[in-house]
Design a protein around this ligand. Structure first.
Ligand code: HEC
Ligand code: HEC
Ligand code: HEC
Ligand code: HEC
Length: 262
């Protein structure tokens, strides 16, 4: 009797060792290879995703945002129902970019806001399995439809306390910000982020001055990469730096008036 028990114990110990071993090698492997994969982020809204907000049973990851067929005629093959909201936008006495109601978020920022303004069901997609449908969603087991206002990721439709988006950044704006520096009304000017930097300008239809297309400017995706959140909860999908240290992110575009643009 005793012998059998001991044998069991040894076997259990071995199993536990094996489980730990595979878990540890999984961690090492995953942090090296998959740390940047969307699968390990809150944007994996499939039923097996790591966040508290996810599907009840849907297993596909990309489907909430993209579909290979019958997508909306919006790049990149967009599958999530867009929001019809009109947003209140940031304004200030020193801001040169046109703001609300002159301009509204467009292009990739509109894609983010289709979930983050909290007006459209998180699971509302135009193509799942061949037809429009709403994927059932849950938050820690309780059924939800839209992004709940209690979520720290909820932006709502009043964006007046958020960094301006869908604003063109061109040579004209850089010159006009320098002029504000020269007259002492601001401390920081705006510079064009260097090519090849993680922080980048993204397409927008909104113009600064009498510019002509194609136009590039600040969008949510200038600062955030929706597919990668390497160090949650601090990294919040940022292209560089994190929520506790965003300076590197800011200085890709904002440079002290006393310094030259890189
Ligand atoms: C939560 C929403 C979301 C999910 C889920 C998502 N994406 Fe995206 N994806 C976006 C957004 C927003 C853009 C546009 C970003 C931009 O303009 O850079 C994008 C852009 C893309 C692009 C074009 C630009 C690029 O970076 O290459 C590809 C390809 C892409 N996604 C593939 C995928 C795949 C594959 C999956 C599933 C594994 C996926 N995405 C899941 C939101 C998502
Ligand atoms: C299909 C819906 C959907 C789309 C589209 C989407 N998100 Fe999200 N996002 C979510 C959900 C759901 C969460 C998790 C919220 C929570 O856990 O409370 C989230 C979380 C986040 C977070 C918070 C991460 C954290 O750890 O606190 C950021 C930042 C974010 N999203 C940015 C973006 C940006 C930028 C875009 C566009 C490029 C985008 N999202 C597009 C649904 C979406
Ligand atoms: C100029 C850069 C910049 C732009 C543009 C930007 N963000 Fe962010 N975002 C940040 C930084 C930095 C943080 C982390 C610090 C914080 O929470 O304020 C953040 C945090 C977030 C969070 C997480 C909040 C939390 O507390 O967990 C969400 C969600 C988010 N952004 C969504 C968006 C969406 C959607 C857009 C476009 C409408 C956008 N962001 C545009 C820089 C930016
Ligand atoms: C991709 C480029 C880019 C990045 C990155 C960026 N900004 Fe901006 N920011 C701009 C532009 C362009 C404006 C609009 C300037 C104008 O119209 O006068 C702006 C406007 C602002 C304003 C309002 C200025 C005013 O006069 O009212 C503040 C404050 C600001 N940014 C802070 C930040 C902070 C903090 C960060 C980092 C978290 C950041 N920005 C990152 C490009 C950027």
């Amino acid at each position: 009797m005793k012998k059998v028990k001991e044998g069991k114990k040894i076997k259990r110990g071995k199993d536990i060792f094996l489980i730990w071993f595979s878990f540890l090698s999984f961690l090492t492997f995953s942090s090296n290879v998959y740390a940047h994969s969307i699968i390990y982020t809150k944007h994996n809204l499939a039923a097996t995703g790591p966040g508290v907000i996810k599907a009840v049973s849907e297993r596909e990851v990309c489907i909430f945002c993209h579909t290979p067929h019958n997508a909306l005629s919006v790049a990149p093959l967009w599958n999530h129902t867009l929001s019809g909201a009109v947003y209140q936008l940031y304004s200030s006495t020193t801001l040169l970019s046109p703001t609300s109601p002159v301009i509204q978020p467009d292009k990739s920022s509109k894609l983010c806001l289709s979930c983050h303004d909290g007006t459209v069901a998180l699971g509302s997609v135009v193509n799942v399995g061949g037809s429009a449908s709403t994927i059932s969603m849950q938050q820690s087991g309780a059924a939800i439809t839209t992004l709940p206002p209690s979520s720290s990721a909820f932006l709502g439709t009043n964006l007046s306390g958020h960094h301006p988006v869908s604003i063109e950044v061109n040579a004209g704006l850089v010159i006009d910000k320098q002029a504000q520096c020269n007259s002492g009304t601001v401390t920081y000017k705006v510079c064009l982020p260097l090519p090849g930097q993680p922080v980048r300008l993204m397409p927008t239809d909104n113009a600064y001055g009498a510019s002509s297309p194609p136009r590039l400017g600040v969008q949510c995706t200038s600062c955030h990469d929706p597919h990668s959140d390497p160090n949650p909860p601090r990294s919040v999908f940022l292209r560089v730096g994190d929520a506790t240290d965003p300076d590197q992110l800011c200085s890709a575009c904002h440079v002290d008036c006393s310094q030259a643009c890189p």
